[in-house]
Write a protein that binds this ligand. Sequence first.
Ligand SMILES: Nc1ncnc2c1ncn2[C@@H]1O[C@H](COP(=O)(O)OP(=O)(O)OP(=O)(O)O)[C@@H](O)[C@H]1O
Ligand SMILES: [Mg+2]
Length: 208
Amino acid sequence: MAVVALVGNKGGAGKTTLCVNLASALAENAPTVILDADPQRSSLQWREIADCAEAVPVIDAVDDLEHRVRESAPRYDFVVIDCPPSVHSNQTRAALERCDLALIPVQPSPLDLWATTHIEGEVEAARTNNPELRAVLVINQLEPRTRLSQLVRRGLSELGLPTAESAVRRRVAFRSSVLEGRSVLELGSRGKAAAEDIRELIDEVFKQ
Ligand SMILES: Nc1ncnc2c1ncn2[C@@H]1O[C@H](COP(=O)(O)OP(=O)(O)OP(=O)(O)O)[C@@H](O)[C@H]1O
Ligand SMILES: [Mg+2]
């Protein structure tokens, strides 16, 4: 079983969006569950709208993440954890102690970059008990033509964590799919480009 956590120190970076879409893509090939560790419970809300048997199951893990991960081990190949917008929260710390891979979405904005500097310390602290922890920054809401987007990679390279080559672009499908309780993979041609962003990211981060 592989445990992936979406973590970050900034509200609105795209943790829940990437969580439900990455989990939906992983679920195409392997049993996958989402553990919602964020007291806002956005992934759970997404699942309630979905209201169809095929959607990825989402389990409330706000108060008992460690237990929920252990419970998922025999049934699922992938566990994807949605975390609250603070790396200092108990839930994020528990996720970092337990996950194999932490994905950290960052928007191309200076404020988001600054908020991300705190993450390195928490990742290092978690490695005391979880020495194999991999942590990767993921640029989300990229708008390739803007100057900020062009500069973001350079800014991130100054942090002590690697940045994924694949970036997720800012696309309407990521918003409209939530309204429909779906992932971008289920939107057909409307979600094609967004689905490619998600699949490329999965190929890259799981290739090792
Ligand atoms: N790649 C994208 N393209 C377009 N819109 C996006 C993208 N990623 C996220 N969004 C939108 O940005 C907003 C914030 O995203 P999301 O809720 O996933 O962030 P979050 O990190 O989970 O926030 P919180 O910290 O509050 O949990 C949402 O309205 C979402 O639909
Ligand atoms: Mg969220």
